[in-house]
Design a protein around this ligand. Structure first.
Ligand code: URA
Length: 234
């Protein structure tokens, strides 16, 4: 017997935290009954568990690990209330997978998708501190002083950011390309950091997670990889 949220996470539908949210939201049924309280003990072999009215798949299902170049114009949630395209429309595998972490609708770049709840939990846990590298095209030309503020950590409305690595890669007439490395995953963090120094982001792309690189993947393309490769590089 295991706790319901753990069984859902292990089946690869969502991280443990997300599974708890789904339970609270009334999206989970056990033996036909909606369960909203946390911590119910279930036996995945005996109890019939449904998430979003879909039977929970067997946790022994083969695990898959996908590296996708997410194009702009896709959401990284599994379902979008506004009916926009989701990254799952791009990846054709038989398993029910979901994205690890988020990229904004208008951000492109590297995204991991998997049905391995344990990996998702490990990678999204704040203590893991895996570096994420972004290329941001910002409006105008930030001064060294402004870039130093990002390097030191800058105050956002939800608290100060951890120090970031920041390199200026190229300056154009009206914009500048910065490479920004952070390990936190706060909502719209890079956009808000650049906004806080007065340089709005015009374009944002994630080029690496740890030492997993986007490489030559074109927007919409993906490759399947192994747990070993992900663990070795993050
Ligand atoms: N920071 C952002 O602002 N957006 C993303 O999608 C990722 C990081």
């Amino acid at each position: 017997m295991d706790r319901l949220q753990k069984v859902i996470a292990r089946a690869g539908i969502a991280s443990r935290r997300k599974a708890e949210e789904m339970i609270s939201a009334g999206e989970v049924k056990v033996n036909g009954k909606v369960i909203t309280e946390m911590g119910l003990k279930v036996d995945p072999k005996q109890d019939f568990i449904e998430v979003d009215n879909q039977p929970l798949r067997n946790s022994e299902e083969e695990k898959v690990y996908i590296l996708l170049h997410k194009p702009k114009g896709y959401v990284t949630t599994v379902k979008d209330p506004q009916g926009r395209s989701t990254v799952l429309d791009l990846v054709k595998v038989p398993q029910r997978i979901y994205p690890v972490g988020r990229l904004d609708y208008d951000t492109s770049g590297l995204l991991i998708l998997t049905n391995d709840g344990d990996l998702t939990y490990a990678l999204t846990h704040p203590k893991h501190e895996v570096d994420k590298v972004y290329q941001a095209r910002v409006k105008g030309h930030p001064t060294t002083n402004a870039l130093d503020r990002l390097r030191q950590g800058i105050l956002l409305e939800d608290g100060p950011t951890a120090p970031a690595k920041v390199k200026q890669l190229k300056a154009f007439r009206e914009t500048t390309i910065l490479e920004i490395t952070i390990h936190e995953g706060r909502n719209r963090q890079v956009r808000r950091m650049c906004g806080a120094i007065g340089h709005e982001v015009a374009d944002l792309k994630r080029i690496a997670i740890g030492s997993l690189h986007l490489g030559s993947l074109k927007p919409g393309e993906y490759v399947q990889t192994s747990l070993k490769t992900i663990e070795k590089n993050t």
